[in-house]
Design a protein around this ligand. Structure first.
Ligand code: GDP
Ligand code: K
Ligand code: MG
Length: 299
């Protein structure tokens, strides 16, 4: 008799900045998804795999980190919300992430979805490291009112508090199914994707206001040599003035991004990295469907 194997898709959704990407990284134990204090950092659906054995049953959990749920303003946002919707359709369990500052908003598809879905939902109240016990109890009661009958689990993704409770619930709901992906794989995305995301994270960290939102990063060359990885990137902005800001006086700004990105790239790939960056202007790329497609968004 072959022992049963469990496998399933777990969708991580919620409003911008509640800590979805931080949570996925903590759950899979790898920095697959980029994190910043700015909303709308995550633009794609990013899968992270966790394989293991629990009480004699082997399992494969496939987490999906998704962009924060918002009302779309650009074609880019529409594509981002499409990633959220497809992730909800595939899900065996939904992790609805909120935090101690968040309130539920009537964002059209979210409200309808939560009241009519049959998919099990766990509500994760994140960032409990930032509030008192009293405030926390108040918040738990509030979220219980929004999601009647669903488990509300207070967590800290940043400090890995109560993540084991999520795991026990997931094991309960995970269907009996053979693995969906090779157990050596960490994610479904090509290495190139992570290289562009790491550069994009440094742009989110180093520039203010609309600049990070106006940027897209494309890896144009990714060459693995015996002792070094050679990566060339193009950073697209929407205006000539933004190009000047990205580059900075005597190239200072772009140099800083390059140094920080290279450090993380070397950690991620476990290898010396040579990174080249070119800054290009592509007016209104966020609103152009052909450009978005060429950047890897589906519309
Ligand atoms: P996302 O937009 O939902 O993916 O959120 P991120 O994972 O990018 O996190 C947004 C911000 O919240 C970042 O500055 C994180 O460091 C921070 N953050 C995430 N989880 C926690 C947590 O449990 N506690 C605290 N204090 N901060 C957190
Ligand atoms: K964020
Ligand atoms: Mg995110």
């Amino acid at each position: 008799m072959t022992p049963e194997h469990k496998a399933g898709f777990i969708s991580i959704i919620g409003k911008p900045n509640v800590g979805k990407s931080t949570l996925m990284n903590a759950l899979v134990g790898e920095r697959l998804s980029i994190v910043s204090s700015k909303a709308q950092t995550t633009r794609h659906r990013i899968l992270g795999m966790l394989n293991g054995e629990h009480k004699g049953t082997e399992y494969q959990i496939v987490y999906s980190d998704t962009p924060g749920v918002l009302l779309p303003k650009y074609e880019l946002h529409k594509s981002m919300m499409q990633f959220v919707k497809s992730s909800l359709e595939d899900a065996d369990v939904v992790l609805y992430v909120t935090d101690v500052f968040d309130e539920f908003e009537d964002l059209d598809f979210l409200t309808n979805w939560k009241d009519f879905t049959d998919t099990p939902i766990l509500v994760l109240l994140n960032k409990i490291d930032l509030v008192s016990m009293e405030k926390l109890e108040e918040k738990v009661a509030y979220w219980q009112g929004i999601f009647p009958g669903k488990p509300i689990i207070p967590i800290s993704a940043l400090e890995s508090v109560h993540l084991d409770q999520i795991f026990s619930h997931l094991m309960e709901h995970l269907p009996v199914h053979p693995p969906f992906f090779d157990k050596e794989e960490l994610t479904d995305k090509p290495e190139k994707f992570f290289a562009s995301e790491i550069v994009r994270e440094k742009i989110f960290l180093n520039y203010k206001k609309e600049i990070p939102y106006s940027c897209e990063v494309v890896v144009t060359s990714f060459k693995e040599e015996p002792t070094i990885l050679r990566i060339a990137t193009e950073i697209y902005v929407e205006r000539v003035s933004q190009r000047a800001i990205i580059i900075g006086h005597k190239g200072e700004n772009i140099k800083k991004v390059g140094i920080q990105a290279r450090e993380d790239l070397e950690k991620f790939f476990g290898k010396k990295v040579f990174l080249e960056q070119f800054v290009k202007v592509e007016p209104d790329w966020r609103a152009k469907t052909d450009k978005l497609r060429s950047f890897g968004y589906s519309l």
